[in-house]
Every structure is written in C-alpha cells, then in structure tokens.
Design a protein around this ligand. Structure first.
Ligand SMILES: NC(=O)c1ccc[n+]([C@@H]2O[C@H](COP(=O)([O-])OP(=O)(O)OC[C@H]3O[C@@H](n4cnc5c(N)ncnc54)[C@H](OP(=O)(O)O)[C@@H]3O)[C@@H](O)[C@H]2O)c1
Length: 247
C-alpha cells in the first residue's frame, strides 16, 4: 500500500505508543515521516527502528515548536500530514491540584498542541490533513481527571474552529479520541506493572467491548483521516473506545 506516497508527515511524540505506531503505519503507506520527542536518545532510537527522521523538540515550548517548524521547512518544504499527538496524563482531584501539575499537563496537552498547529499553518500544503490526539475523557466526567479532561475538551473546541479557519485552503482538521489504550503512558506517571494491570482490569470492566484499545487501531484511523478517502471530513471527532462513553 502506498496511498500516502510523496506525502510529508510530522508526528509529535513519536518515540512510543500511538505516535510510534502511527509513524510505522504512515511510513508503510509510503509517506516520508518526521517524529519528534523531547528525549534525544529515545527519539533517535525510535527513528532508527522505524526508518524515519527524528527531530528533538519539547512540544510544551513555543520556541522549540518554532525551531521545529523551521527545520521541517528547511529539510522537507511543506507538510501534508500533521499529527499532533504528544501528551501526558496524570491524576488527582481538584482539591489536590497544584499549579505545577496544572502547568505540566496543560502546557504539553493544550498549549503545546495549540501552538504546534499555529506555527505549522504557514508550512501546511493546501489540502493537508491535521489530526489532534484527544481522548474519550473529553466526553465523560471521570473524578480525578479534571486537568487532563479539560485540556482535551479545549482541544476539541480548537479542532472545530481550525477546521473553519483553514477550509479555504482545503486543509482538514479532525481529532481522534481513544479510550484506554495499551501504551507507556500509565507507567510514565509512576505506576508499576502490577498497578497498571489492576487499573486496566478495572477499566476493561467498564468497556462494553471488554478490551483495551491498541495503538495500531488508532494509527489506522489517523492514516485514513490523512488519505484522500477522507477528503470530505473536517471538524469531526472520532471516539475509539469500545463503547465506553455510552456505558
Ligand atoms: N494511552 C491511552 O490510554 C490514551 C487514551 C486517550 C488519549 N491518549 C493520548 O494519546 C497521546 C499519545 O499517548 P500514548 O498513550 O501513546 O502515550 P506514550 O506512549 O507515553 O506516548 C506519548 C508520546 O508523547 C511524547 N511527549 C510527551 N511530552 C512531550 C513533550 N513535552 N514534547 C515532546 N514529546 C512529548 C512522549 O515522549 P516521552 O517518552 O519523552 O514522554 C511519547 O513519545 C497523548 O496525547 C495522550 O493524551 C492516550
């Protein structure tokens, strides 16, 4: 399959999980892929495994995003596919929240995602596809996820407005909202294997299809949204959570 041949794709946060799986998928379909990450070693290792290009950039830093856009322009010209995926999670009630926790989540998941779109607009090709990685939690009310869920809900508002602002250039902007998906994200908040398993078992109980999501399934959706088959789709959010929001 090479339906993304000659397309240049930029994926933020590509060294693990959904970003990594999407880089693999887009590359297999013929795209030239750039992945970003804040840890030089991790991103370069992933790029070597995938046969793609790595650029080190912290997506929470607007100056890093500007440098990233300049480097991509210099090396690849214009961008056909922008997958704004980099993100973190953390938990805690509103009462337990600290300014540091609020800033760490919002600076990456919302401010960083917003300015990634903003700074890449000048180098997006007419007809390009932008996909934001949101979350099914933006459509749910889970105690202990107020900062994370608010950031993703804010992103969903940006998707719709960006779809309108960029429609004259035939640039489409959509989001994918996975439910619980098997990636590294939970371990990164300090949970060990056993704690992750206990949490996942409890979560799976609340999913009508009784299984966790897979990064590869999200990657296929991003690939579809970035292809000509989705040329009439913009401003839409695709929930992929085994029916969890319905339960
Ligand atoms: N897994 C789920 O259940 C789930 C469900 C719904 C939505 N999501 C969303 O899916 C996206 C991808 O998460 P994932 O589950 O695939 O987790 P993951 O395996 O931890 O991948 C996240 C990626 O983002 C990168 N990243 C984090 N902060 C960054 C920063 N400041 N600058 C650049 N890169 C940064 C990570 O790099 P490091 O390795 O350096 O941290 C990693 O490459 C996130 O936006 C997340 O909110 C995940």
């Amino acid at each position: 399959m090479d339906n993304l041949k000659d397309k240049v794709a930029v994926i933020t946060g590509g060294n693990s999980g959904i970003g990594y799986a999407t880089a693999k998928q887009l590359k297999e379909q013929g795209a030239t892929v750039v992945i970003t990450g804040r840890r030089k070693e991790a991103i370069e290792k992933a790029a070597l495994e995938l046969g793609v290009t790595a650029i080190t950039a912290d997506q929470s830093s607007v100056s890093d995003i500007e440098s990233l856009a300049s480097k991509v322009k210099e090396d690849f010209g214009q961008v056909d596919i922008l997958f704004i995926n980099a993100g973190i999670t953390d938990k805690g009630t509103i009462e337990q929240a600290t300014e540091a926790l609020f800033d760490s989540i919002i600076n990456i998941n919302f401010k960083g995602a917003y300015f990634t779109l903003s700074k890449f607009i000048p180098i997006l090709k007419d007809g390009a596809s932008v996909v934001f990685l949101s979350s099914n939690t933006a459509n749910m009310s889970y105690a202990g996820t107020s900062i994370y869920s608010s950031g993703k809900t804010a992103l969903n508002a940006v998707v719709k407005i960006a779809a309108l602002e960029l429609a004259s250039k035939k640039i489409r902007v959509n989001s994918v909202s996975p439910g619980p998906t098997e990636t590294e994200i939970m371990k990164k908040i300090g949970l060990n294997e056993e704690e992750v398993k206990t949490l996942m078992d409890a979560i799976v109980d609340n999913i009508p299809l009784k299984q966790m999501g897979k990064s590869e399934d999200v990657a296929k959706m991003v690939s579809y949204l970035s292809s000509d088959a989705a040329k009439f789709i913009t401003g839409a959010d695709f929930i992929m959570d085994g029916g969890m929001v319905l339960a």
